[in-house]
Write a protein that binds this ligand. Sequence first.
Ligand code: BES
Ligand code: MN
Ligand code: ZN
Length: 490
Amino acid sequence: MIEFSLRADHPSNTKTDAVAVAVHEGQKLSWAAQEIDKASKGALSAALKSASFAGRCGSVLPLFNLPGVAANRVLVFGAGSANLLAAKDARATGKALAATAVELDVSDVTMFPLGEGAVGAMQQMVLGASDATYRYDETKGTSAKPKPSLKRVRFGMPDAVAKEAAAALKVSVATVHGMEFTKYLGNLPANFCTPTRLGEEAKKLAKSHGLKVTVMDRKAIEKLGMGSFLSVTNGSEQPPRFIVFEYNGGKKNDAPTVFVGKGVTFDTGGISIKPAAEMDHMKWDMSGAGTVFGVMKAVAELKPKQNIVGLVAACENHINGKATKPGDVFKSMSGQTIEVLNTDAEGRLILCDALTYAERFKPRAVIDIATLTGACVVALGSHNAGIFASDDALAERIIASGKKMNDRFWRMPLEEDYQEALSSNFADMANVAGREGGAITAACFLWRFTKKYNWAHLDIAGVAYKGSGKEKGATGRPVAALVDYVMANE
Ligand code: BES
Ligand code: MN
Ligand code: ZN
């Protein structure tokens, strides 16, 4: 994991393996690039000219041994035409710079973000650098690669924002720690990342980070009356876990924010079995739970003056002779009964009981996070997660944090008109409606269990992981947005 810090010296005097400075389109130099250009008596601008550097966002031009510059390498990065780097471009820049540093096999880089919006850009560059250097090697066996060379990234910030930058950097570093943990848990194969393992990881995290945690087994979950949650575990050899994290940074009676994560460690679909193609993706069906782990880790590091609860319902959706059959009816913790018409709509079955459990905290807000529906992926693709909320202010704040952190959400409708499709002749409700509006009817199902508090539901099926390509793996979303949301409540 990279170590991030701030530093105060001039770009040309900085003792580091590489200094990174911005150049705009038209080879217009940023303040830091100007400083280097002056110190090197124009060598920087001469090099830009020979390279026909276009200044495109995300591009990096490495220069070596410029005279008058302490660092042997200057990484010129493109800053486009605007004075302010958009969050997305700053993230890509951090990623490209870190990737270049790894390619050049250096361990220490000092980055000088643009003067305007430098703090926000720095936050994104931290996330980008983490992206570029994150490695999964837990089960890589003999092909595990050596760790990337980059060990330290420092930021040279304008004096005027030094204090703000220090606070923001702390948040970003904790966010990255959270995201890397979320990625780690998500990428672990389902034969490693079982509900039992999640329970163990929860205890480990609680111990190392000073959180309170309770890990409940099947007996304890039965005692709570979570018949809907348990129905999903019927066909699996893996015992379920219900995990309760508590962070108490506020006053005793401060109403907490409660995060609830879907922790299906593998989703075969059950008797309503999934097609074979890409079924491996269903190891990421615990990404909502992984997000809760990541957020709790970041929160424990940042120590906000608030109370925060993290709930994780963890189980495996599998098939054996005891598996739930379509048409079976179960009683949820709320007392409402559910006809399971499709065993593959299991996320809502575990979440509804966790959402009922959340009532006991008398929360100021409850936010659930779940890879809930393929329909949400069809609707929004992989750039925005879906957000459904019973409270407009809550939705707006989460959306604002998402925009700021480039971890975006798009509001979807939560309206009574969609509820009718969930009616059943044999229970209080069915667990599925028709194919139409699948993400919305899933949210409407959960809505029935969240009437006692302000609630938002994040459907992250499209954003939690990349399903193919060189970067196939967990993304750590939406930890960044949720950590920002928590810190914005300070
Ligand atoms: N875990 C899936 C949703 C999912 C799909 C996540 C694709 C990530 C990528 C969920 O449990 C599920 O199977 N949902 C069904 C619901 C349907 C049966 C109403 C779906 O989306 O097909
Ligand atoms: Mn499913
Ligand atoms: Zn699922």
